[in-house]
Design a protein around this ligand. Structure first.
Ligand code: GDP
Length: 141
């Protein structure tokens, strides 16, 4: 069970440009089951908390500003080997370097507006899922 979930966000620019449905379709077609999902918006302080690991990076202020600039879709996805398989499906952080067919290649436009977030470890998948969803909002088998 432990390596079976990952956490994702469809980021503000991808939501704003009407790509929620197409991105969810790619996710589902690659075998991920949606086990929790909501359209929500992070405050600046929530975005600072979510990305606290990047607090010292030069792009932190821009990242927080952007991620709190509009609604996002947050979701918990379930699949065997979810974290690694989803990282592969989303592609490199920079859409220009992402492999053909990956979500960031298809729907990302820059390093900042790279369409989606995906957890980088099983531990962070749990932490990030808990950040957004109560136990009543999760439908894990
Ligand atoms: P990820 O795990 O592939 O999302 O990448 P990171 O954990 O390294 O960075 C988190 C997020 O910060 C990325 O998805 C980008 O949106 C953003 N980011 C990373 N590097 C940069 C950068 O050099 N400039 C800007 N503006 N944003 C960045």
């Amino acid at each position: 069970m432990e390596n079976n979930i990952t956490f994702t966000m469809i980021k503000p620019f991808a939501v704003e440009t009407g790509n929620i449905g197409t991105i969810l379709d790619v996710i589902i077609k690659h075998g991920f089951k949606i086990r929790a999902m909501k359209l929500t918006r992070m405050s600046k302080s929530q975005a600072e908390k979510f990305y606290a690991v990047h607090a010292e990076r030069p792009f932190f202020a821009d990242l927080v500003e952007f991620m709190s600039s509009g609604p996002i879709v947050a979701a918990i996805l379930e699949k065997e080997n979810a974290v690694n398989d989803y990282r592969e499906l989303i592609g490199s952080t920079d859409p220009a370097k992402a492999a053909e067919g990956t979500i960031r290649k298809l729907y990302g436009v820059s390093v900042q507006k790279n369409a989606v977030h995906g957890s980088d470890s099983d531990e962070n998948a749990q932490v990030e899922s808990t950040f957004f969803f109560s136990t009543f909002e999760r439908f894990l088998l």
